[in-house]
Design a protein around this ligand. Structure first.
Ligand code: TYD
Length: 253
């Protein structure tokens, strides 16, 4: 059997050529990185959890009419997505101050913001994904004004959806990052939510206890990342209660 072609390997995922033209297979690795890959580890089961969680969020977005690149999950670690041209921006939406916003502006982590704040970072690991303004985006032609209007409206819709879903299971959506892709239908281009939506790219805090259920558990050495992601998956009903991400085969007598 011919080996399938690897298109790209990133920090947390590998992209392979899909079975039909215009499709890509996204493989979720167990690798965790933080601080621009200065801190790294392999967290058993993370890829399986993120594959399931991203499927859940992307499918939910699709069902309320927010376009995404997601087509279907293929297996424990892989999903089929539409090939798209990724706009080189990390689109961040914040509801509460945390992380770099707290550091940059001296706002205590957890402070509720007066309204959702959308930020853009230029996707370039060698530069550490620097914060950019719409002036940079327009001047360097990373996206048009029409794209920016569409990106803002997509980001806010994703925020409302994710905030609501999380609130329903007792979790506060502090912030998150999405990536946006262009897909072409004949002569027309449209924008879709691409990449992944998972606890790797969100800040999720338990509403009652403030416990962190996201990648900060890894960044700040706060315990088991798999346990945190499993908790999110269980609350959302994505994983049956009692199941673990890496269910071991059971011996049948
Ligand atoms: P931010 O506070 O800017 O950075 P950091 O995570 O380094 O403290 O991140 C805001 C949110 O966006 C947070 O949930 C993590 C996510 N994010 C990514 O997933 N990838 C990225 O490259 C960036 C810049 C942010």
């Amino acid at each position: 059997m011919a080996r399938r072609k690897k298109i790209y390997e990133g920090k947390a995922k590998i992209l392979y050529e899909g079975p039909e033209p215009g499709t890509i297979v996204q493989y979720f690795k167990d690798d965790a990185t933080a601080f621009n890959a200065e801190k790294r580890d392999v967290i058993e089961g993370k890829g399986v959890l993120n594959n399931r969680l991203s499927e859940y969020f992307m499918t939910g977005l699709g069902s309320i009419g927010v376009p995404t690149h997601f087509l279907r999950r293929l297996n424990m670690r892989e999903q089929l997505v539409r090939a798209c041209e990724i706009i080189p921006l990390e689109v961040i939406v914040r509801n509460y101050a945390a992380g770099t916003m707290s550091k940059r502006l001296g706002i205590e982590e957890g402070t509720q913001l007066p309204r959702p704040v959308v930020e853009y970072c230029y996707k370039d690991d060698s530069l550490g994904d620097p914060l950019v303004t719409e002036e940079h985006i327009a001047a360097f032609n990373w996206a048009t004004q029409q794209d920016m209007d569409d990106i803002l409206s997509l980001a806010l819709r994703v925020n409302d959806f994710l905030s609501g879903v999380m609130y329903g299971v007792g979790i506060k959506l502090v912030d998150f990052k999405i990536e946006i892709g262009r897909v072409y239908d004949g002569d027309f281009q449209r924008l879709v939510v691409a990449d992944e939506i998972s606890p790797d790219s969100c800040r999720l805090w338990d509403i009652e206890t403030g416990q962190k259920l996201d990648k900060d558990v890894f960044r700040r050495d706060l315990g088991s990342l798999t346990d945190a992601y499993t908790e999110v998956a269980k609350r959302l009903g994505v994983m049956p209660k009692g199941a673990t991400a890496m269910a071991k085969p059971t011996l049948i007598n």
